[in-house]
Design a protein around this ligand. Structure first.
Ligand SMILES: [Zn+2]
Length: 382
């Protein structure tokens, strides 16, 4: 979960969070429901009732979205895939599922579970309407939830990755070709196609005076971004597969003694060399890592009296990596831990540093070699 979200508790051990952007959509939905949907359906309510039902309906909509995400998560947990969190945000919900599914079948069932939950909810709220027909607020609520859950089913089944329908498509292509990367590329390209259709349809609506089109175009733009990220990641992973940390790390990492002051460090090392991270040694032993980021957190007047040892990240807290680790999984580790560099350790000795920049430089070199495939050992993942 990001720092931008408010924790709501846990369900099945999965932390549930509310992104701050959720409040924007909550306010907008409540206002739309209280200002137009309910007054058009039911003419004689008090203003207070319109607003109350607007808010209740918006909350129930997000409860529906949460159940949809839980549908995906429960099936993922059944396949022993960790689910890190579920966050509700402006476009609905997003579940952080911790790994790629182990098989096409698993992918299929995880993907289809969310829309199935929404479909069950839509049918439930549709059926319940006749039972609550005499109570107007409940009838309005059931009607709206039946409609919105059905809309969730239809939207999510658009066969463009990373929407659920796109995941189903990916699972099918994966089952046929046996190649997960190729199926991701195909499903994400279809995702970009549908994204453009949405953007085009949204702009078209706006040109015809319907400003709801802005929302459609915005969702299309969002989908296009998500699909592009997937395409890029898959290509990166394809390029990096088979390569190890030792190939990309830099071996000339700067070492400083622990009693060096921040002032000396900045004047003598950082300004001269442009290096941004340093290993901190006590005698021969590395005891920590200091980065530009940590230095800038100390007020400038204290630099002359503060030693590197006081500001460094102690060695015990450092995320380290073995030189033989796959480069791709090392990058994922960085993402998970939110760090920009990792010391590379062999037999308790620092043998290098791996930073994101190192990985990008390595990737560029590989791409240049890409034109002569003979030079590039690339066992494809299948
Ligand atoms: Zn879904």
């Amino acid at each position: 979960m990001t720092q931008h979200s408010i924790p709501l508790g846990k369900i099945f051990g999965i932390p549930i969070g509310l992104d701050y952007s959720w409040f924007v959509i909550f306010a907008l939905l409540t206002w739309m429901l209280a200002g137009s949907y309910y007054p058009e359906e039911f003419k004689h309510w008090s203003p207070l009732l319109y607003w109350l039902m607007g808010a209740v309906t918006a909350i129930m909509l997000f409860a529906s979205v949460l159940l949809h995400e839980l549908g995906h998560s429960v099936v993922a947990l059944r396949y022993k895939i960790p689910v890190r969190s579920i966050t509700l945000f402006i476009f609905g919900g997003v579940g952080q599922i911790g790994a790629e599914p182990p098989s096409a079948i698993a992918e299929f069932f995880i993907a289809i579970a969310g829309p199935l939950v929404s479909l069950v909810l839509a049918v439930f709220f549709y059926a319940v309407q006749s039972l609550v027909a005499g109570v107007e607020p409940l009838l309005g609520l059931a009607k709206y939830l039946a409609y919105i859950n059905m809309a969730l089913v239809l939207f999510n089944l658009i066969p463009g990755y990373p929407l659920d329908g796109g995941r189903v498509l990916r699972a099918i292509v994966w089952a046929i070709t046996g190649n997960i990367d190729r199926s991701t590329l195909i499903a994400a390209s279809v995702g970009r196609f549908f994204a453009f259709v949405l953007i085009f349809a949204g702009v078209w609506q706006m040109l015809n005076g319907n400003f709801g089109g802005l929302w459609v175009a915005f969702i299309g733009w969002f989908l296009d971004n998500a699909a592009s990220v997937q395409i890029q990641q898959t290509m990166f992973r394809g390029l990096l597969t088979g390569h190890r940390v030792s190939q990309a790390m830099s071996t000339h990492c700067a070492i400083i003694p622990e009693d060096l002051t921040l002032q000396q460090l900045v004047d003598e090392q950082i300004l001269g060399s442009g290096q941004r991270s340093f290993l901190v040694n006590r005698g021969e032993k590395t005891v920590g890592l200091i980065t530009l980021h940590r230095i800038t957190k100390v007020p400038r007047p204290e630099w002359a009296t503060t030693s590197a040892a006081r500001v460094m990240l102690p060695f015990e807290q450092l995320k380290c990596v073995d030189p033989d680790t796959e480069l791709w999984s090392a990058l994922q580790m960085m993402d998970r831990n939110g760090v920009n560099q990792m010391p590379v350790i062999r037999d308790q000795h620092v043998v290098g540093m791996l930073s994101r920049e190192d990985a990008i430089t390595f990737l560029r070199t590989l791409q240049e070699f890409g034109s002569s495939p003979a030079q590039q050992p690339k066992p494809g993942r299948s």
